[in-house]
Design a protein around this ligand. Structure first.
Ligand SMILES: Cc1cc2nc3c(=O)[nH]c(=O)nc-3n(C[C@H](O)[C@H](O)[C@H](O)COP(=O)(O)OP(=O)(O)OC[C@H]3O[C@@H](n4cnc5c(N)ncnc54)[C@H](O)[C@@H]3O)c2cc1C
Length: 318
């Protein structure tokens, strides 16, 4: 049976990363990697397709604007059926996971999300996934004939950009109607810095008593030359910082040289996003806070006393 793999992500960078395991998987059984591009690229292959054997250009009859995950899943299912493709790799992003689940339902396929590794073993899909908030890796084999695998961003580097250009193939899919109607679109409040690339981060949690006290944390970040992040309640519940400042399992995963956690308890879901940090420092008034089990240096104390003193000390050493 064919080991052709269909690759799709709404994010070109992630699509490019996914090509790496897709190529290894498909070529191990003599199959091809086809990358699906939903509109946009009129001439030749999109720039994010190095190494792909083919790019499928799909026009979207009956769809205006960005296709929803529901529509994307139906298009992917249509393409898989037309071409007899049994394996689909997507990005394990919010939209990618929704597409993966819906697609698996339509194809009656197995589905695995949050995968960090995928390869072919004896003609089956062998996967590794992060579990327990990233504290353990679960290994498994998907035994179904058709499989949808959602791969976590940054699990793979993209393939080298040299190599033959993929062929571009036009695909016609059945006319679609979107069941979900977009009633309003708005800008999501964003921080100015990409925390995934920050070298130093000062992150603040619910130990902070009021929004105005963020100034104190900002002063500390300024003297250290650090970016500001937070635990989920500060952005998602209180709205004191933008959504993309929230670090952890459901937020961004960071790997700075220095991570300074101020008034953060260190719950599993938060720690899952910081464990790649080189040096973790914690300030917390509760000596039994779990963050102290996960840091390199800790200060037990009131942040309203420790942070001003820290700012003073750092300034005096400059
Ligand atoms: C499905 C799911 C996903 C989640 N994903 C995430 C995620 O991605 N990221 C995330 O962060 N959370 C996530 N959470 C929430 C998570 O479980 C915790 O509730 C959250 O991380 C706690 O945030 P916190 O540490 O700021 O608050 P708290 O747990 O309330 O901790 C506040 C800490 O501040 C300390 N403190 C209080 N006053 C002071 C003071 N004056 N000086 C010093 N220390 C002080 C306290 O001792 C305490 O340890 C998720 C939860 C669920 C259910």
């Amino acid at each position: 049976m064919s080991t052709d793999v269909l690759v799709y992500s709404e994010d070109p960078e992630i699509a490019s990363e996914i090509l790496t395991p897709a190529l290894e998987f498909a070529h191990s059984g003599g199959g091809r990697v086809v990358l699906m591009s939903l509109g946009g690229h009129t001439d030749g292959a999109p720039s994010f397709a190095p190494g792909a054997d083919a790019v499928l250009k799909v026009s979207l009859p009956g769809v205006t604007g960005e296709p929803t995950p529901e529509v994307t899943a139906r298009i992917l299912a249509d393409v898989c059926r037309q071409r007899g493709i049994r394996f689909v790799f997507t990005g394990s992003t919010r939209d990618g996971k929704e597409v993966a689940g819906r697609l698996a339902f339509l194809l009656e396929a197995a589905v695995a999300t949050d995968c960090i590794s995928v390869k072919a073993v004896d003609g089956k899909v062998s996967i590794e996934r992060m579990v327990f908030g990233g504290r353990a890796v679960s290994k498994g084999v998907l035994k179904a004939t058709s499989c949808v695998v959602a791969i976590k961003p940054r699990s793979y580097a993209p393939p080298p950009s040299s190599g033959p250009s993929p062929t571009v193939e036009e695909v016609v899919v059945q006319p679609l109607t979107q069941k979900v109607r977009v009633v309003r679109e708005g800008e999501v409040a964003r921080g100015s810095v990409d925390l995934t690339k920050a070298e130093k981060i000062v992150a603040v949690g619910r130990g902070l008593k009021k929004k105005e006290d963020l100034d104190l944390v900002r002063q500390l970040a300024d003297v250290l030359g650090a970016s500001i992040g937070c635990s989920r309640p500060l952005s998602s519940d209180l709205g004191w910082l933008p959504e993309d400042a929230h670090i952890g399992l459901t937020g961004v995963q960071v790997k700075p040289k220095l991570y300074l956690a101020v008034g953060i308890s260190g719950q599993l879901q938060h720690v899952a996003g910081i464990k790649e940090s080189k040096c973790i420092v914690a300030i917390n008034s509760d000596k039994s806070a779990p963050i102290f089990q996960n840091c390199d240096y800790g200060a037990v104390g009131d942040l309203y006393q420790v942070v001003p003193e820290l700012i003073k000390q750092v300034k005096s050493r400059k």
